[in-house]
Design a binder for this molecule. Sequence first.
Ligand code: HEM
Length: 404
Amino acid sequence: MTAPMVDLSHDASFAGGFPHATFDWLRDNDPVHWHAPTEATPDGEGFWVVSRYEDINAVFRTPELFSSDKGGDRRGGGTTLKDERAAGKILNYTDAPHHRTLRNLVNKGFNNRALAGLEAELRRRANRLIDAFPEGERFDFVSHFSRELPLQAICIILGVPQEDRTMLCDWIDNGIEAEGENVVAREYLRKVADYAQDIIQEKRQNPADDILSTIVHARLDEEGGRQLTDEELVNFFILLFPAGAETTRSAIGGGLRTLIEHPEQLTRLRADQTLLRTAIEEIARWTTPSIYKRRTVTRDTELCGRALRTGDKLTVWEMSANRDARIFNDPHNFDITRSPNPHLAYGKGAHICLGAGLARMELRISFETLFDRIVRFELAGPAEWTPNNRLLGLRQLPLTVAKR
Ligand code: HEM
């Protein structure tokens, strides 16, 4: 059988959703695959493609060998295919010990206490969004709900004023839509960075009770008590804003779509909401909105019999890990009662998703309020995906609903 390969560096290969056939084949036949460079491949370089769960888990858990920063004599690195000069300067592009220092700064904004303080406000906002659903008429669930709730949540945590939120989200959405080497196109990232610079200045002068104010004024005890530079602060904003706004949207929208397509499971979940806990994990496994991570090999080694060289780019594909039949029974079957469910949708190891607790809470609030207020959901057209190989973005989900 010939390999159903697609160009994994080309955003267009993801325009119809995730290329499952390619990864089903890779897991069985070439689990550490060499992807030769193509016209779309950043830096004109090939890269390794790791597709099996156990290998991906091992890569996540061995940062000294598979760096999120740099490797060999590279001057750039990071966790996307393109070598980023910002490697070593952003939370998710660093290794220990600097990574731990940066992570400790923001952990507090996402712990259980901080989330508990946010729950009632998010529930109020979810209800208001549902108030505005047109009854009996076709509407887009993404723009009416699943884009909005995560956006509001991350903006409350960061302390972004209400009137700026949609503008920022439009910039990131447009930047992700644009074809190119960067996950978010440069011109749009520049706009967000300029905005970040201004809001950091504002928080410096008028600190408030938000995470941005906390990190603007924080001192790094581990690094001689210094404060973060403007560049580091802008980097934090550029990471946290899209990380919070983009991924959860696809999990909420993709989760609802999948439930509508599995009516017997939707009925069961509505009737017994104690199943929400396992359902939310299954939705994360099923939708896996953040689909690959890059690491850089720091010394010559071997993986699955393939010789990896110092400085090689290596990619691990969480969506593929989450469909690996070596770990998951009947992996292409959606099952809200699946347990255990050790999916890798939020990553693993030192860089495990900082916002996983927030994402889980947003998913729970979304489904609880939707089930409470809506008696019938119907798909009113095909879903549309954002062509991007890093974020499995749900662009549109046409629905009709009947409210209680
Ligand atoms: C369903 C929703 C989400 C998914 C699937 C997801 C997925 C991931 C994954 C796979 C990683 C690991 C990155 C790596 O190993 O290089 C990660 C890291 C991260 N996520 Fe999420 N995420 C989600 C929601 C959020 C939210 C709501 C936030 C809020 C700000 C967030 C913030 C972050 C940050 C800051 C990191 C970097 C952590 C570090 O490097 O220490 N994520 N996320």
